[in-house]
Each structure stands twice: as structure tokens, then as C-alpha cells.
Write a protein that binds this ligand. Structure first.
Ligand code: FRU
Length: 479
């Protein structure tokens, strides 16, 4: 480890000591989501189950609440409920990662835990360089950097990053997000026999190919895996224009379903579908565990989207991850359900049967800063809405076939919305934390994720029917 690396680790520990208490005292501090001890969190990285333990890393800026030269923070869990903070995994202390140990992934090789990440470098004139790098651990705690293992191929700009690695039939594969020299977004593939020597194979998808027209100037954070026999490419295109109800966030996160062939290289795919209909969702990354489950984490934030307007900056921290979600495929769509382990957080169950005729009912939520609300067996004529802590509203318009999440904008009083088309709603599962909402419709058919900043202590969650509505409501406080 270089002296600079050691120095940076000490400074990060210092920052935690100095500002950790202030961060912990924020009423908007989350109760069960992963967030930085201080500073800024963005993408989840290196999600893996290794030797029976789930490891999760995240992009971390310990020194302030902006972006910059990222570290990899590290947390572990056996059950997705109790999380342990581990030592810093990577610090940006080498020539090839000095401006950030950017996003990447984890893979097991010969019993060791390997991290493959992007080394971000800026030269004196501010020009970007990019290197794909390897770090290896024997114990899953201390990572030894092995340096650069893949370089920028011809035809691409230095916006070339976020390796996601997997192994199939004895070969290692790595998909990366890229920008071509024509300034279009793309996802590219490398292969390797040993994770240390990588060969560039080519692009698997991108703007102006595979039936896509112009489709963004850069693609970030790809992930590629097989789900129930279909190949899935998750990716974050940047630079899509809003289109009807789609693409209203500053950058998008979604997926293509298809089939990946290696020889000759081809990923035949369908349309791009957004993974989440809400405000705050980006850089999703998945792992497959020993139960064969495909589990997704994402950043509950979006680059360049009012990041400076979060009130938590005043407490020296910003952003968090989403809850873990389990993926499956149904009717050509990805279904996302809260991981079943989340049920073990439930305490203090309340049940109600609501029968509403153009009327409202308050739900018995004791602590809306850590609650789950499950509304099911919903029948309605017309539609209904759920008002959440005076700072957000979920609205279902039956006639318009529309689901809407509205929240108070971070910058003031005005309201903003995100919507999706849906013809019927038979269940709504709401996860409330101190400053976030995750709302699963129809058992994971659509999900809305959002940060929000309600008045602390306001526990009001109210259902209002615009016609006649019947609902079975179950409410829990989450540990
Ligand atoms: C996505 C991203 C990645 C990059 C990382 C840097 O949010 O821009 O492309 O690796 O964040 O923190």
C-alpha cells in the first residue's frame, strides 16, 4: 500500500470521527437503509456473496458531500438486517486511481475475493484517463491492489468505466459502460481466462445500433446476467430526452432483455425499460446468491439531479442506497420484490379493513420514519390516493390508467411528479424510512423510489377514495 493510500485512509477515519456525531444527529438519517457515515455515497459496488457472507461496497467521498476522488466503503451482512461496517476497501492512492476508485464489481477466484474497478485519473490539464484495475483479498477485509488489468481500446473516449464481471463455462466476462469517439453511449465486453489479462471483444449494445436510434451520449454502470433463461442488460444511459411519462430524471436506469452470443458477438435485445418509476434510482447492481436469487441494490439518487438541495448536507452526509430487491421475470418484464428477509424487521402489526366511499381514513402508523404499509385485496371504483407525511402522495387514477408519485421538491414548496401507465392496482406495499419512500405496486410490477424530507414527527399516512374503495391494510414498525 502506498504512503498516500495510508494517509488517505487515516484522513477518512478522521473525517468520520470529526463529523460522524453531527451526521448521526440528523432527523433525516435513515433507519434501515445503507448510507455513508459522513460524506457522500453514490453507486453500490462489488455486491457479492462470498463464503456465506454478503459483501457490499459503495462509492464514498468521506471528506465532503460532493463528488470527487472516491473511496470504496465496505459493509457486510449475513441476513440483510444486521449490517457490519468493515474497514475501507479501496482508497484513491495509486497513480492509476488517484482521482477516484470508481465503480466496479466483485468476483471470487481460487477462493479469493477480487474487486475489479475503474481507476479514474485526471492529468495536469484536467484530461481524463481510465484504467480497469484489480484488487484481491484473502480474508474479505483487506484488499491488495494488483494494478491495471485492462486499458482503453481504440474507438472510445476516456468515459469508459464501471466493470461488472461474471464467470461462465470457465471464462470471465466483463461488461463496461462507454462512450464512443462519436460521442454515443455504449456497453462493451472483455473476456479473460484469469481476471488479470483481459481481451477487448467489442460493443454489445449502444446508441445507433440494435434498433436504437440516438440513445444517449454515455452509458454508465452496466450489469449483465441471465434471469429465468433470458439475458438482461441493466444500464444507465445519459442524455435521453423526456418522452411522455418516460425519462424525467436527469439520467436514466433501466434494462434490455435479450440474448447474448459471444461468437460472433451479438446481443439481440428488445426495448429499453426503466427499472423504477420514481425520482431517485441509479447505478443498479446485482448479485446471485447461493439460493439462486438475483438481488439488486441501487443508489437512491441520480447524478446531477438537485444533489445540492438535500437538507442533509448541513449534517455532513448525503444519499443512501435502495433496499435490496429480488428480481424475477414475468410477461417479458422484470418484477422487483422486496427481499423476503425484510419481513424479519416487522414488529407491532396493526390490521385494518378500510371501506371508503369518497372518504378518507388515517392508517395507524406509529412511526412513519420506519414503517411498512401493505395495502392489498384492493377493490375500487374510480381510484384512490395515499397521502404520506404531508410531503408525498401516491395517486391511482383508474380512468386514466395512471399511477403517480408526487413529492414536495427539495428546493421549496412546489410539487413534482413521476408517473407510469397501469390499468389496475390490487396491492401497494410502502416502505417508509426517515427520508425515503419505496413503493411496490402489484407485487413488484412497478416500483417508485424517492427521497423526501417530511416534517420530522409527522406520522400521518392517509388513504382517500375518490369513489368506493375497499382495502386490507397491514402496518408494521420496522426494526
Ligand atoms: C455513476 C458514476 C459511475 C462512476 C462513479 C463515480 O454514478 O458516475 O459511472 O464510476 O459514479 O463515483
Amino acid at each position: 500500500m502506498s504512503t498516500l493510500d495510508q494517509e488517505l485512509r487515516l484522513q477518512a477515519e478522521e473525517a468520520k470521527k470529526k463529523r460522524g456525531e453531527t451526521a448521526a444527529s440528523d432527523p433525516y438519517r435513515q433507519n434501515y437503509h445503507i448510507m455513508p457515515p459522513v460524506g457522500l455515497l453514490n453507486d453500490p459496488n462489488g455486491v457479492i456473496q462470498w463464503n456465506g457472507v454478503y459483501h457490499l461496497f459503495f462509492q464514498w467521498q468521506p471528506f465532503h458531500t460532493g463528488h470527487g476522488a472516491k473511496f470504496w466503503a465496505h459493509v457486510t451482512t449475513k441476513d440483510f438486517v444486521d449490517w457490519k461496517e468493515e474497514e475501507i476497501a479501496l482508497a484513491p492512492g495509486e497513480w492509476y486511481d488517484k482521482n477516484g476508485c470508481y465503480s466496479g464489481s466483485a468476483i471470487e477466484k481460487d477462493g479469493r475475493l477480487c474487486l475489479i474497478y475503474t481507476g479514474n485519473v485526471r492529468d495536469e490539464e484536467g484530461n481524463r484517463e481510465t484504467y480497469q484495475c484489480l484488487a484481491v483479498s484473502e480474508d474479505g477485509k483487506v484488499f491488495e491492489k494488483k494494478g491495471v488489468v485492462a486499458r482503453l481500446p481504440a474507438g472510445y473516449t476516456a468515459h469508459f468505466r464501471d466493470p461488472k464481471v461474471w464467470k461462465k463455462d470457465g471464462t470471465y466476462y466483463m461488461v463496461l459502460g462507454a462512450q464512443t469517439e462519436k460521442l454515443t453511449g455504449s456497453a462493451v465486453l472483455f473476456t479473460s481466462e484469469n481476471v488479470t489479462d483481459w481481451t477487448f471483444v467489442g460493443a454489445i449494445a449502444g446508441a445507433d445500433s440494435g434498433g436504437l436510434g440516438s440513445f444517449g451520449y454515455m452509458w454508465e454502470c452496466p450489469d449483465l446476467f441471465s434471469l429465468d433463461g433470458t439475458d438482461v442488460l441493466l444500464v444507465c444511459p445519459q442524455g435521453l430526452d423526456a418522452d411522455g411519462m418516460k425519462y424525467h430524471n436527469s439520467h436514466q436506469a433501466g434494462y434490455f432483455l435479450g440474448r447474448l452470443d459471444i461468437e460472433p458477438l451479438e446481443f439481440k435485445h428488445g426495448e429499453f425499460t426503466e427499472l423504477d418509476r420514481g425520482f431517485d434510482f441509479y447505478a443498479a447492481q446485482t448479485l446471485e446468491d447461493d439460493k439462486g436469487r438475483r438481488i439488486l441494490f441501487a443508489w437512491m439518487g441520480v447524478p446531477d439531479q438537485e444533489e445540492d438541495k438535500h437538507p442533509t448536507h448541513a449534517y455532513h452526509w448525503v444519499h443512501c442506497l435502495t433496499m435490496p430487491r429480488q428480481l424475477s421475470l414475468s410477461n417479458g418484464r422484470i418484477i422487483q420484490r422486496p427481499l423476503p428477509e425484510m419481513k424479519s424487521r416487522r414488529t407491532d402489526e396493526q390490521k385494518r379493513r378500510l371501506q371508503l366511499e369518497c372518504s378518507s381514513a388515517a392508517l395507524p402508523v406509529k412511526d412513519a420514519s420506519r414503517a411498512e404499509v401493505l395495502l392489498d385485496d384492493i377493490t375500487y371504483k374510480s381510484g384512490f390516493e395515499i397521502s404520506i407525511r404531508g410531503a408525498a402522495r401516491f395517486i391511482f387514477h383508474q380512468e386514466k390508467g395512471l399511477a403517480v408519485l408526487e413529492r414536495t421538491a427539495f428546493s421549496g414548496e412546489e410539487k413534482e411528479t413521476r408517473s407510469c401507465a397501469i390499468s389496475e392496482v390490487h396491492s401497494v406495499q410502502l416502505f417508509l424510512d426517515a427520508s425515503s419512500i419505496e413503493l411496490f405496486l402489484n407485487d413488484g410490477e412497478e416500483v417508485f423510489s424517492a427521497r423526501y424530507f417530511p416534517f420530522p414527527g409527522n406520522d400521518e399516512v392517509t388513504v382517500t377514495s375518490t369513489g368506493s374503495t375497499e382495502i386490507n391494510a397491514s402496518i408494521w414498525t420496522l426494526l
